[in-house]
Design a protein around this ligand. Structure first.
Ligand code: ATP
Length: 338
């Protein structure tokens, strides 16, 4: 697809030999037969800094309207990936399409359609929230209503407050408002809740959800697994420059079927079924790892019902996203299996 936009920067139009034609707002489609439109498509992405191979053949697909989280330990290659997608960094090899354009050659064309929220930006401290957002709005060819954007990010009550008097969390919201006022199709959020207190984090999550409700595609980097779990439709884990897992947070690393444990407290004096095994903890609970929780629960509850026994505190425990993430990123360092 040609990557040319009209001078008004509106998506969905290309200028071709002087005439403007309407085209798909996005380029690639998922190659799995779903026909889903992709906001971002990356194949075989490689980048080295001298002898450091930061990216070693990364593939990514991010569907339009998705909240996508990029996870990985320090130095995994997240910032390098995101900066290549944003057009701020060149690549050594691979194919990259962002909203149908190559960000390396078409950065200026993409700029009105992509919003970026950095961990900190320098905004004029003595302007008010409303003045700041209005000033940034004037830079974009397509604008959202300034007041609406201020409401979306939850700064309605601070609209006339000077920036210098905002808390750290409120300043981050202002940065989201700045990124949003140009009505971008795609938003990059770099660790959007780092340094927030728990209540501010929850509020910021609602802001991100609001963005998705506006139909934006959101690419998020985070070190907080609960954040990825709560917000992301899809996560990709990269480690040492390679993708080590991808999928919805609920099923990542076969979370729903691997590493499942059953925990219960048998009545004192009863012998749990030997076929199940397990370890007894100091507080009298039996904990057992099972491959098939349905079969194991059937055996256990059948055994208890036959004897008229109660199984106090019976629960099925699945690995958390953090457990899976730690196992995945350990494996790439030659560590333990999941
Ligand atoms: P973090 O979570 O710590 O921000 P990251 O996943 O974003 O890490 P990158 O910043 O992409 O990781 O770095 C990937 C690798 O590339 C690291 O080994 C890093 O030291 C190296 N690297 C990044 N930028 C440069 C640079 N400008 N020059 C040299 N090496 C770099």
């Amino acid at each position: 697809m040609p990557c040319e936009l009209t001078s008004d920067g509106m998506p969905g139009h290309v200028t071709h030999r002087g005439t403007t034609q309407t085209v798909e707002a996005t380029g690639a489609r998922r190659g799995d037969g779903s026909g889903e439109s992709l906001a971002v498509s990356v194949r075989g992405l490689r980048k080295a800094y001298g002898t450091v191979e930061a990216l070693r053949g990364v593939d990514l697909d991010i569907a339009v309207g998705q909240i996508f989280a990029l996870l990985g330990p320090n130095g995994a290659g997240k910032t390098t990936t995101v900066e290549i997608l944003e057009g701020y960094r060149s690549r050594d090899a691979g194919e990259v399409e962002v909203l149908g354009c190559d960000p390396e050659s078409a950065r200026s064309l993409l700029r009105p359609r992509v919003g970026i929220v950095f961990q900190s930006t320098g905004v004029e401290p003595y302007l008010t929230v409303r003045e700041t957002v209005t000033m940034y709005a004037s830079l974009y060819p397509r604008q959202r209503s300034v007041d609406e954007v201020i409401e979306v990010v939850g700064l309605g009550e601070k609209r006339d407050e000077r920036v210098v008097r905002l808390s750290g969390g409120q300043q981050r919201r202002l940065e989201m408002a700045i990124a949003l006022v140009g009505d971008p199709d795609l938003l990059f959020l770099d660790e959007p809740t780092t340094g927030f207190d728990p209540a501010a984090r929850r509020e910021a999550w609602e802001v991100v959800r609001n963005l998705a409700a506006l139909g934006k595609t959101v690419v998020l980097t985070t070190h907080y697994m609960d954040e990825a779990q709560y917000l992301a439709d899809r996560v990709v884990v990269i480690s040492a420059g390679q993708v080590v897992a991808e999928g919805p947070p609920s099923t990542l690393g076969l979370r729903e079927s691997k590493g499942v444990r059953i925990r219960y407290r048998p009545p004192s004096g009863s012998e749990p079924p030997p076929s199940l095994g397990g370890m007894t903890t100091v507080d009298g609970f039996v904990e057992v790892s099972v491959d098939d929780p349905v079969v194991a629960l059937h055996d256990l509850t059948g055994w208890a019902i036959e004897r008229g026994l109660a199984l106090e505190g019976l629960e099925v425990i699945r690995p958390s996203l953090e457990d899976v993430y730690l196992a995945l990123t350990r494996q790439t360092d030659g560590g333990a299996d999941l």
